[in-house]
Design a protein around this ligand. Sequence first.
Ligand code: BGC
Length: 268
Amino acid sequence: MIHSWQTFKYNLMNLKNILGVDIGGSGIKAAPVNCKTGKLLEEKYRIPTPEKSDTEGIAGVIAQHVRHFRWKGAIGCGFPAVVQNGIVRTAANIDNSWIGINGRKLFSKATKLPVWLLNDADAAGLAEIRFGAGAGFKGSILMVTAGTGIGSALFVKGKLYPNTELGHIFLKEQPQDAEYSASDAARKREGLDWDSWGERFNTYLTVMENLFWPEMIIIGGGVSKKMNNFKHKLNLRARVEPALLLNNAGIIGAAVAAKIYLKNQLGG
Ligand code: BGC
């Protein structure tokens, strides 16, 4: 049998459209993406994250997505952890069994297709830089995603510094890291109204701003659709923009990242 990488090599055209997958704490969403335009080619499909979010459970969902879309091309996956060369290094909101696993190889084996894996917030940021709120902006950008956890991605002149984990800093007078009190999950868990949560999120962003001085902050994740509910609580120096691609940024960015990586692999 020809290895999937080789099969793929014969069909470089496939790199135009890539299946983008966004693995989150509550749902795993996917859609085929036109990497040139950043547009979804079909309606996105969501499968709830299995309760036991271990390697087998998540690999099974990726394979389900491949069957759903009858997908035969490359796949890009955003993953809610530090990912270095396909290897998962942390597990804040997923099963600990992930640490040290080569997720790229695992998903490739489960789907028999070429896969690229990267941090979910890095993926969302890449999409926003290319097609969304950061398109054409040359300055420093901090993307913050607030969902189950808090994800971050830092860009300067369009280039990513990968795997920043700025959701895990400690805020004054908070018992745990920032994502524990300022994520969207914290808002729901504590039943906070938008004003109270907005104040907390502003405190978090102020700390980020004082440390990194980004010229633009892009807010992504589940809360990006609800920015009108809390934007009056944000008091920041930087230009603040909601993710234009809303909750699709992770899917689109994962596909784009896979295209960049696979192109290099194939010498295209
Ligand atoms: C993880 C990050 C991830 C973020 C958003 C955090 O708990 O440590 O890697 O980007 O959640 O999913």
